[in-house]
Design a protein around this ligand. Structure first.
Ligand code: VAH
Length: 318
């Protein structure tokens, strides 16, 4: 095989759909999925899979050499809410995995690397609306601290060693194929499943908690675009702001009610409210749009329709 692609953390919310898209674009056998454990049926039957521990350099290296990998997407991480329950483990996983792939790229074992950052790099002192690419960044979660540190290391390895690493600050990602993995924005996925299964949802954020969000299709398109862009077009080697829409749980519930009129929502904020309150309400992503042609397709209406149409089929609701 030549020019193989490896996804580390392929069984996660983004990793699963990124793997399927990359297989569609590059051929199933050229895209190796890997994770610490196996993933869903669709992922597992769509192409080669390897058990890889993102924290073990040798585990990644042996897979790179076995499949002649040239491009790696590191999607394994512990997200914001779980990271606050296990701060040491979150820091260890998020940083050791990044250093492994940066160091493999530094010695020429990886030609092009994708690493996801997050709007979690912003904190309570960051301007809340239309948050700029460069601004005050004092994250108050372990996840956000690890992503901010990771961005600085990506830029350092690019400038000092010429590593071709590219990164996007994902907002909350909404999708139907896989369950979300321990994030603060998970409510925006859970709400759809609950709306169809029990007709009501007990939301762990307050009704007016406005957050930047994106439909999975847009997130995957952005990831493919930044990795296909010419190197000289990637002017930011820390991580790019990325945006599509912002909404509150109340606004999302209203959009769902247009299709599921009987849907009811309750609001009982928990520890994740403090995390959400530390993040921006909206993001300025002009740099991504100007540098490598980013443009989103899904607004809240189109996303809600797509989510419910797919979940009606998944749950065989007629
Ligand atoms: C989380 N879904 O909630 C992730 C994301 C912006 C939020 O990074 O932790």
């Amino acid at each position: 095989m030549s020019n193989g692609i490896l996804i580390i953390g392929a069984c996660g919310q983004i990793g699963t759909e990124l793997t399927l898209k990359l297989r569609e674009l590059n051929g199933n056998k050229n895209v190796i999925a890997s994770d610490i454990r196996e993933g869903n049926k669709e992922l597992m039957k769509s192409g080669p899979f390897e058990i890889v521990n993102a924290m073990e350099y040798e585990s990644i290296l042996s897979t790179i050499e076995k499949y002649n990998i040239t491009e790696v997407y590191l999607m394994a991480a512990m997200l914001s809410a779980t990271g606050e329950k296990f701060p040491d483990k979150a820091w260890q996983l998020n940083m050791e995995s990044l250093f492994n792939v940066l160091n493999l790229a530094k010695v020429g074992k990886i030609k092009r690397l994708f690493w996801p950052s997050s709007i979690a790099v912003f904190g309570p002192t960051t301007p809340k609306e239309n948050t700029p690419q460069q601004t005050v960044m004092e994250p108050s979660t372990v996840y956000g601290i690890s992503k901010l540190a990771g961005e600085r290391w990506c830029e350092y390895y690019h400038n000092k060693y010429g590593v071709d690493v590219r990164s996007i600050r994902y907002p909350g990602i909404i999708s139907w194929k896989t369950q979300p993995g321990g994030g603060t924005t998970d409510y925006a996925v859970e709400i759809f499943h609950k709306a169809l299964i029990i007709g009501k949802y007990n939301c762990f954020l307050s009704k007016d908690t406005k957050l930047p969000m994106m439909y999975m299709d847009d997130a995957i398109d952005a990831t493919v675009s930044i990795m296909n862009a010419k190197s000289e077009h990637i002017k930011i080697r820390s991580s790019y702001n990325l945006a599509a829409m912002s909404f509150t749980p109340e606004e999302l519930a209203l959009e769902i009610k247009k299709i599921v009129p009987e849907f009811k929502i309750l609001f009982n904020p928990d520890f994740r409210q403090k995390i959400a309150d530390s993040w921006p309400k909206s993001i300025n992503d002009i740099s991504a749009r100007e540098d490598w042609g980013w443009n989103h397709n899904f607004n809240i209406k189109k996303m809600t329709e797509s989510m419910l149409n797919n979940l009606y089929s998944k749950y065989e609701i007629v």
